[in-house]
Ligand binder design. Sequence first.
Ligand SMILES: [Zn+2]
Length: 262
Amino acid sequence: MERVLLFILSLFFFYQLSYAENGSVVVISIDALHPDAIVKIKPKNIGKLIDIGVSNFNGKSVKPPKTLISHTAMVTGKTPIDSGYNSNVWKSGDPTVSGETVFHDAKSAGLKTYYIYSKQKLGFLNNSAIDKSIFGKDDSISIAEKIILNEKKPYFMFLHISGLDEVGPQYGWLSDEYLEEFKFIDNELQKIIDHFIHSKNGTIIITSDHAGHEKEHGTDHPEDYKLPLIIFSKTTNFDDIKTSSYSSYQLRSLVNRVFKKK
Ligand SMILES: [Zn+2]
């Protein structure tokens, strides 16, 4: 009897180990982050990831480069033309996204899934493959930090951070106020970034949904399409992103690179 129990226990332990192999993955989308802001202020914490990870500052949003449309492309892995999801408007009670998403991929890989967002309309992306979905308008980073520092099981988290999308239209993209807000966000991210730098097998991806120009965004202006991509992974090679072109709809396949590495 004891042996059987031991066998079952060791099987359970092995299962835990094998699905933990690829580690946790967090995708952080800093809404409306222009890649030039990173170059301009050399943020302390995101800067550490740039030093030890791989980056691409020539990323591109989908057409049109708008918040909900771009995030839907990231999560579904499809362009707005392919998915048909081309509305930038959603309110509670409206239908949510259907079909497979990056959260389904994470579940299949044995990971717990978290979705933390700070703009109501991103509620459109809620789906049955998400274990825990939390809306936090001004505190999405601290909600995520608490989970990341305490979660013992491997997980996939998509964290959306608002702020620059409000300062940009009010003061202008890359204005002093905009850069100050970005510094603030970077400071807030310190514990999460340090956690992933010191994790045994984690992957952290920092990106955005679109940028903007002057006080405008969402137009066909080339600046509006710009976005950064920064990846630090202890398990998976992403060296190619330094030189390849990247568009936000390709995020799902990048994340799957980590999940599929067994
Ligand atoms: Zn946005």
